[in-house]
Ligand binder design. Structure first.
Ligand SMILES: Nc1ncnc2c1ncn2[C@@H]1O[C@H](COP(=O)(O)OP(=O)(O)OP(=O)(O)O)[C@@H](O)[C@H]1O
Length: 340
């Protein structure tokens, strides 16, 4: 599996290499994996959209990239190698804190609530600069102002404001400004536009795309909204039950999804199918940590193509076409509908 990834990334530099990553959370039934054996690259110059229903492990994977899994969760296996930094899962304390922000810019889910209510935004920006030993705070402020302006905010006004003076959508955009302002090469955005209406979502993602291109970043956008991310991402990775079940270039993946879960997700997204009446909700519910199958394929209970082997053996994520991987026992053609 690892070989496949190495070959696929020859022409695009992998800024982040996640290998065989497993993350456990404690439940009443003992420790259970929220992410299981995940391997993925974030390539320089590319936006990767990480999609899947609620509880599929997207945020957990994103948090692992910063070694920020909350206690009593833990990374139990695997590595997250960041170019110029090394394995982030081995970092602790001050070293880890410096890497977060400077090498890895991130906006957490619900980041619109993560600002300090007692300090003006500009002060918080200066605190951020100080904690990362930024030599020239003026340039930092000017850059933040410019980014905020580009996101449709009045940059100066926002820097002078307190959190309670800003709407949820404004705070979300400030979160993105903070993630970008330290010039990190890796940008991780977890549901970056949930507090925004559709038009603002598109505008903010457009700016993210521009800044991403200007700085040749490796960007990960986590979202359950496949429609939104499909318009901005270069690649998609699909998660289900803690597994990456499929990934590949966005257009190819949308055109011929090769995992039954991806196919169902696309069918359920009117924005992609272009037809609200045609959009079919995916029947059943995604598993949680205690209900996810421990043997066989995690998707089999909702899968129209399930076979005997799917209850016995977990399919591995393997290459099946140029730059495409999938974890499914069915023949690719049985899923894509193409003749093999
Ligand atoms: N701190 C925690 N302790 C225990 N279980 C957790 C914790 N955080 C997440 N989980 C569980 O881990 C699984 C994966 O959660 P995660 O938040 O990574 O999924 P997600 O795909 O990001 O979902 P969402 O879109 O709802 O954020 C879920 O079953 C969730 O309930």
């Amino acid at each position: 599996m690892t070989d496949t990834i190495e070959r696929a990334t020859e022409d695009a530099v992998a800024e982040v290499r996640v290998r065989d990553l497993t993350v456990l959370y404690r439940t009443a039934q003992g420790e259970r994996p929220a992410v299981s054996n995940a391997s993925i690259d974030l390539r320089r110059g590319q936006i990767t959209g990480l999609v899947g229903e609620s509880g599929s492990g997207k945020s957990t994977l994103a948090l692992s990239l910063m070694n920020a899994i909350p206690e009593p969760g833990r990374i139990s296996a695997g590595s997250v190698r960041v170019e110029g930094v090394g394995d982030v899962t081995a970092l602790r304390g001050e070293h880890l804190r410096k890497v977060r922000g400077a090498a890895l810019g991130y906006v957490f889910q619900a980041s619109q609530n993560s600002l300090n209510p007692l300090k003006a935004i500009g002060r918080q920006l200066l605190d951020l600069g100080r904690s990362h030993k930024v030599q020239d705070p003026r340039t930092l402020v000017a850059k933040a102002r410019e980014l905020a302006d580009r996101m449709g905010l009045d940059g100066q006004r926002v820097l002078d404001s307190y959190q309670h003076e800003l709407s949820g959508g404004m705070r979300q955009r400030i979160g993105i400004v903070f993630a970008l302002v330290l010039n990190a090469k890796v940008l991780i955005l977890d549901e970056p536009t949930t507090a925004l209406d559709m038009i603002s979502q598109a505008a903010v993602l457009d700016i993210v795309r521009q800044v991403h291109e200007e700085n040749d970043l490796a960007t990960l956008i986590v979202t359950h909204d496949m429609g939104v991310v499909s318009e901005v991402a270069d690649r998609l990775a699909v998660m289900y039950g803690g597994r990456i079940v499929e990934d590949g270039p966005v257009l190819d993946l949308l055109r011929r999804p090769a995992h039954p879960y991806t196919r169902a997700l696309i069918r359920a997204t009117a924005r992609i199918t272009g037809d609200t009446a045609e959009a079919k909700a995916l029947p059943g519910r995604p598993p949680d940590l205690t209900t996810v199958p421990t043997t066989g394929c995690v998707f089999r209970e909702r899968c129209a193509l399930a076979m005997d082997i799917c209850a016995e053996t977990e399919p591995r994520l393997t290459a099946w076409a140029e730059d495409r991987r999938r974890a499914c026992h069915a023949e690719p053609a049985a899923v894509t509908g193409e003749s093999s």
